[in-house]
Design a protein around this ligand. Sequence first.
Ligand code: SF4
Ligand code: SF4
Length: 304
Amino acid sequence: MSEPMKPPFESPVMPVMLEGDHQFNFRCHKGISCWNACCSNIDITLTPYDIVRLRKRLGITSAQFLREYTVPFEMEKDGLAGVKMKPVPNGTACRFMVDEGCSVYDDRPASCRYYPVGLMSLRKQDEYVDRDAYAVVKEEHCMGHLEERPITIDEYRQEQGVVEYDRHSRGWRQLVLKKKSSGPSIGSLSLKSRQFFFMASYDPDTFRAFATSESFRESYDLPPELFDEIEASDEALLEFSARLLRQVLFGEVSIPVRQEAVEERNTRKIAAAEAQAAQAAAQHKAALADLNDAERFDASVDDY
Ligand code: SF4
Ligand code: SF4
């Protein structure tokens, strides 16, 4: 349903951080008076796994999904971009909301599954490993908190099928968290790096074509089975994209570059530059020859 609480470094309010064994009262069901209230006013940030699931559910490509169902936003100034669900035209409701509830329920995004729990991935600047903490978000319109059903956050995550979503988003969340928490030590990213992040994160079909292309296979020293896995499985593709992004954004090399490919590429670049130079020289020579011809013609005209 709506967006889980943002991490504390983005929020002016420090929420109470809870562990998974925290128990709260909550039940959401069709007969409740606030049915669909949370889906009527959305602010849902999508993860790469959300996109993989939704574009498959809708039977469209990820590029189509991005175009028709999302809007990009800046997660941080001059930094990484995120994507949010686009609401209905001229409104705030989710496009998947129907009277019965959610029309894509089995593939609904992680934010919708978590609600009213908020996930906060935290990482100290000097630590490599992040840890998850939670918050329970109580919004006035949500009557589910008044229902007598005690449940722990861990049980709720299981019940809502969010564990699987977190597993497939973990690598990506970690690198976003690393970028956000490392500040100037990583430096600002080039436009090209940011564009690559966007494609590798949110456009899995284009990323798959890129990562299984002939030139990519030639450039990186990876076992052929890995390419088969990337071809066959969206989950393997996401794992690989997070790995490649770590390499591209943070220089954490785990995908060895083939030295021969680098040399071949350099040779090709030199050959192309030489051919370009030869072509320019030939054009220059031809232009000079034309000029000489024109001068000879002018001179012969003057003779009359
Ligand atoms: S995807 Fe489903 S659960 Fe999420 S906001 Fe839309 S209708 Fe509600
Ligand atoms: S109980 Fe809360 S989560 Fe359920 S429909 Fe109402 S507002 Fe949405």
